[in-house]
Structures are given as structure tokens and as C-alpha cells.
Ligand binder design. Structure first.
Ligand code: GTP
Length: 247
């Protein structure tokens, strides 16, 4: 990382968890990990950390490699399929660690399933120390349990890390009344309550993740990761997004 003194000023959220879908790592490919795309995300994270001094942890899905639900639909026992999905998230975490380290960002991967030869086990207090030291912590293997999603894993880690917000990077810059790619009249919401999302089944994240964010009063910020500088903008309270919170 370049020698830039973090200003810490104008910072809306001091510590955040960024959730990225596995599919986002595919870039324009149909499957797998596109390293130039990982490097682009890594640069966004690096710029945001350097400029603001924010503490960032990451959860990445696994759908670019294997989806537990799809495996189960295909006749595989659900727990087995979910274990495979969790291993996919570990591959993505290692790829992002590599991308971040390529540009000089100190990174630690902690996994919810022990895989001591390749990454640290999840130890909450240790993860907090890593973040306090300016390291980006990537949480892999979801919650470490089947029948949960990486959204729920992200919500759980955001709560455990006492994050000020969970940022969900998506294809579009917020939550819309309809799919903006299909409906030109779709409108973007600036703000929604947790209850709006749950009652209207808006599918921002699965219901258990939204409920946990409501119970712990952590806002969810939905924004587009595709625009350069978007993460920095969100951290400083700018840019387009939908904020989901209580009030
Ligand atoms: P400090 O205690 O703040 O110095 O943190 P640190 O992570 O730099 O120290 P540590 O000596 O614990 O770790 C050094 C390196 O080993 C880091 O890259 C860790 O991610 C890695 N590491 C630590 N524990 C494990 C583990 O159980 N498995 C694997 N694969 N790597 C580990």
C-alpha cells in the first residue's frame, strides 16, 4: 500500500463488513475466478482503507464455483452440498487475499471450518485485533454450518465484529421497486426499514440475515461495486445506495 496518512475524517462508518457475491469475482466469465476482477475489487478496498482509515472485513459468496442449493436440487444430500459450497468460499477468500497482497494490503483469512494448513481458524477476538492493526480480514466458509447462506454468515460476522454497517456490493446501486434491467419505471429506494424488506420479501438478502441485522441494529447498505470509487463514497456518506435500518 502507498504511504498515505489515513485521514479518518468524514468517515460515516468506522468498521464495516463488505459482502461480495461469488459471481462478482467471475467478471465476464461464466464460471470461476477472474483475477483482474479480484484486483479491481482489491484496489477499491485499498483506496477506501487508505483514504479513510476505515477497518474493513470481507465475506465472499461461493456461487461462482459451487452452490449448495443447486447441488441439493441435483440430488445431493443438502449438508454435503453446503459443505462443498463453503469450500468454494474458501477458494474465493484465498484468491482475494492474493489480490489484496499483490497490491500491498495486509490480509488475514479466517475460516469457519478449520483448514489450518491454508488459513487461520475463526477466532473472534483475534479477528478484531487484526482489524485494529489495519489488516483486512476475510471470513471464509460462511457460518461453518450447512443450511445457512453466506449472507447469514456475513450478518453473523458483522455482529460479532461490532461493525457499524454491513455493505452489500451488488450489480445495481441499491434496492429497486422492480428489476431496473427489465422495468424502466423501477425506482430506487434511498431508505427502507428492516421490516419493509422482510414484509415485502424484497430479496436483498435472505430473511435470517436481515433479521439478525435488525436484532443487532446494524444498517445494511446496498450499493454497486461496479462504479470506481463507490466503496469510498459509501464510507464517507456519499454516492447512490439504499440504506436499510430501523428509522
Ligand atoms: P500478530 O499476532 O498481530 O503479529 O498477528 P499475525 O497474524 O501477523 O501473527 P501470527 O504470527 O499469528 O501469524 C503469522 C502468519 O501466519 C499470518 O499470515 C497468519 O495468517 C498465519 N497464520 C496464523 N495462524 C494460522 C493458522 O492456524 N493456519 C494458517 N494456515 N496460517 C496461520
Amino acid at each position: 500500500m502507498a504511504e498515505v496518512e489515513p485521514s479518518g475524517t468524514d468517515l460515516k462508518f468506522k468498521r464495516i463488513l463488505l459482502k461480495i457475491s461469488g459471481e462478482a469475482l467471475m467478471g465476464s466469465s461464466e464460471y470461476g475466478i477472474d483475477m483482474p476482477t479480484c484486483l479491481r475489487f482489491a484496489q477499491e478496498i485499498s483506496d477506501a482503507c487508505e483514504t479513510t482509515g476505515a477497518e474493513i472485513c470481507l465475506v465472499i459468496g461461493g456461487g461462482n464455483i459451487f452452490r449448495g442449493l443447486a447441488g441439493a436440487a441435483n440430488g445431493m444430500e443438502r449438508s454435503q452440498a453446503d459443505s462443498m459450497g463453503m469450500m468454494a468460499t474458501i477458494m474465493n477468500a484465498l484468491a482475494m487475499q492474493s489480490a489484496l497482497e499483490t497490491i500491498g494490503v495486509q490480509t488475514r483469512v479466517q475460516s469457519g471450518i478449520r483448514m489450518d494448513e491454508i488459513c487461520e481458524p475463526f477466532i473472534r477476538r483475534r479477528a478484531i485485533r487484526h482489524m485494529e492493526k489495519g489488516r483486512v480480514v476475510i471470513f471464509a466458509a460462511g457460518t461453518g454450518n450447512p443450511y445457512f447462506t453466506t449472507d447469514t454468515g456475513a450478518a453473523l460476522r458483522a455482529a460479532e465484529m461490532h461493525c457499524d454497517a454491513m455493505l452489500k456490493g451488488t450489480q445495481v446501486d441499491g434496492v429497486y421497486s422492480a428489476d431496473p434491467k427489465l422495468d424502466k419505471d423501477a425506482v430506487r429506494y434511498d431508505h427502507l426499514t428492516y421490516q419493509d424488506v422482510l414484509a415485502r420479501n424484497l430479496r436483498v438478502m435472505d430473511a435470517s440475515a436481515v433479521s439478525l441485522m435488525r436484532d443487532t441494529n446494524i444498517p445494511i447498505v446496498v450499493f454497486s461495486l461496479h462504479r470506481k470509487g463507490a466503496l469510498l463514497d459509501i464510507l464517507t456518506g456519499q454516492g447512490l445506495s439504499t440504506v436499510i435500518s430501523e428509522g
